[in-house]
Each structure stands twice: as structure tokens, then as C-alpha cells.
Design a protein around this ligand. Structure first.
Ligand code: GRF
Length: 205
């Protein structure tokens, strides 16, 4: 079998997407292996998931550094020995700078809404019309996997999947339905990259 893609996953919180990637990578037939988990938050549950799965993890709290760039230089220093081919952000609540982007071969992110319509945190609340500046409730949201650039959810879109929003849905109903779709879509995109049906990073003109 060809060499598996060496995947790193960055988290800040609960890490249900991390868990889905752990589960997929456990299958030797999946073309990627999860080699390291990185968190910027001490005590993030994602770190416990990594430990339970026997995957090495790094905790680099951003609060310990004077600038985003210094934080990212330390992440790069610690991640270097793992030789990652691709980083998947999975609920990593930091805007990344060119330091991290240029120091890694490729980076993708997953977002609960269409990134052309809404960027940043609270994507499910956006889709439900719960944010004061976006009062309209949508009929569906589009989970989006995209390349990461130095903006907030502005990188080139790779793949999207629709999730219906039913009239009786609460935010918890939508989040549960959406996360189930996220957990299928993200491994699908990682597989596409690993099988070289996709470039590692957005093409730079
Ligand atoms: C997901 O909804 C993802 O799309 C967004 O942050 C959330 C992370 O959830 N970027 P989890 O930590 O993977 O459960």
C-alpha cells in the first residue's frame, strides 16, 4: 500500500470532528494516519480523546505568548518532528497567520455554514437566525470544508454538504444533525487529499 498521508489535527474544544478522524484513521485501509493532535487550550476534551486513542498530543496555550506569531513559531517547533503532510483544523478557535501557513505543507478547516455567507464562530446560530445581525432563519445550512488562508474562513472552498433546517428544530437539533454530516464530510475530504485527487494547499497565483 502507498504511504499514508500524515495528518495533524488542531482543536480548542470538545473535538467530535477529531473523534471522527481518529475513528476513520484507525482503519488501515484509510489513506491517512493521525500522527499528532495540537491544542491551544489546556484541558480541551480533544486532548483526552487523543490520549484515549494513543495519539501523541501537544498543548501550546496561546496565553503563554506575547503574539500570535510567537505562539505559532512554538507550535511549528514542537510539531516539526511529526512530519505532518496536512493539518486539519477541527474547532481550532484561533485565526492563523502566515507564520503557520507557510510553515506547514497544507491546511484545511471545517465550518458549519456556507463560508461565502457567514464566517467566524457560531455558524449554527447564524443558520437558525439567532444572531442579532442575521435574524433570518435559513431552510438549510451548508457545511463547508475549505483551504485555510490568513483570513477568517475565506480560503478556497473544497466541498460542501447541505443540512436541512426543519421548522421544529432547536439549535441543539440542528447542531446534532449538522455535526453528523461534518463527521462524514471531513474524512471524505482528507481521503481526497490523501489520494491526491486534491492539492495539499490552495493554489497561490
Ligand atoms: C464544528 O461545528 C466545526 O464546524 C466548527 O467548530 C465545531 C467544532 O466541533 N469549526 P467539535 O469540537 O469538532 O465537536
Amino acid at each position: 500500500m502507498a504511504m499514508r498521508l500524515r495528518l495533524g489535527v488542531f482543536v480548542s474544544g470538545g473535538g467530535t470532528n477529531l473523534q471522527s478522524l481518529i475513528d476513520n484513521c484507525r482503519d488501515p485501509a484509510f489513506p491517512a494516519e493521525l500522527v499528532v493532535v495540537v491544542s491551544n487550550k489546556t484541558g480541551a476534551y480533544g486532548l483526552s480523546r487523543a490520549e484515549q486513542a494513543g495519539i501523541p498530543s501537544l498543548c501550546v496555550p496561546h496565553r503563554d505568548f506575547a503574539s500570535r506569531q510567537e505562539h505559532e513559531r512554538e507550535i511549528l517547533r514542537q510539531i516539526q518532528p511529526f512530519g505532518v503532510d496536512l493539518v486539519a483544523l477541527a474547532g481550532y478557535m484561533r485565526v492563523v497567520t502566515p507564520v503557520l501557513l507557510q510553515g506547514l505543507p497544507g491546511m484545511v478547516n471545517i465550518h458549519p455554514a456556507d463560508t461565502r455567507a457567514y464566517q467566524g464562530a457560531h455558524g449554527y446560530e447564524f443558520a437558525m437566525g439567532l444572531l442579532p445581525e442575521f435574524p433570518q432563519r435559513l431552510e438549510q445550512t451548508h457545511i463547508t470544508v475549505h483551504y485555510v488562508d490568513a483570513g477568517v474562513d475565506t480560503g478556497e472552498i473544497i466541498k460542501q454538504a447541505p443540512v436541512p433546517i426543519l421548522p421544529e428544530d432547536s439549535i441543539d437539533d440542528l447542531r446534532a444533525r449538522g455535526l453528523a454530516v461534518e463527521h462524514r464530510l471531513y474524512p471524505e475530504v482528507i481521503r481526497m487529499v490523501a489520494e491526491r485527487r486534491l492539492a495539499l494547499a490552495e493554489k497561490v497565483n
